[in-house]
Design a protein around this ligand. Structure first.
Ligand code: FES
Length: 162
């Protein structure tokens, strides 16, 4: 499988671990590249190899927003918080997404459908406020259209399950 190379990277990093404090971040990055998130078993594994207590490893993971403890959702929402979107009410759009999905930025819904992240600029400021959902761009959003959009994606996911 194509992921075997990532697995080797992860183990290779563990094997090379020499106790340098700065090594923990690359180890966590390797684990996330391999699994798509950092599962409990990787935390235990890293802790046992490095001797760093699990609670400390967990603390580092939660400190850095780049790390996630859950897999990415089927739909990854990138809500633009750049200047053009900000002046076009992106804060409200993001608030509605959080509210509708019951999560905060950086989280994934419990059903694994949605992950919400923010980005600085998607590059289509004339359509502000904008969100990307996977590879699709949705612009000129209103408080009504963002709710409908989320509903449509949820419906699509349920319809596709069969
Ligand atoms: S600021 Fe949002 S697309 Fe540029």
């Amino acid at each position: 499988m194509s992921t075997s190379g990532h697995k080797e990277d992860f183990n290779y990093r563990l094997w090379r671990y020499d106790g340098a404090p700065g090594e923990l971040i690359p180890l966590l990055q390797s684990a996330q590249d391999h699994f798509g998130f950092i599962p409990r078993k990787a935390i235990s594994y890293i802790s046992s190899v490095t001797g760093i207590p699990e609670s400390e490893v967990y603390g580092v993971i939660t400190f850095y927003s780049q790390f996630r403890l859950k897999p990415m959702g089927k739909y990854v929402i990138r809500a633009c918080a750049g200047t053009a979107c900000h002046v076009s009410n992106s804060d409200k759009i993001i608030e509605i997404i959080e509210d509708e999905l019951g999560i905060e930025v950086g989280d994934t819904t419990d059903d694994g459908l949605f992950t919400l992240n923010t980005v600085a600029c998607i590059g289509c400021c004339s359509l502000a406020p904008v969100v990307m959902i996977n590879e699709n761009t949705h612009g000129n959003l209103t408080t009504t259209s963002i709710r409908k959009l989320l509903k449509d994606y949820r419906g699509k996911a349920v319809g596709g399950r069969r």
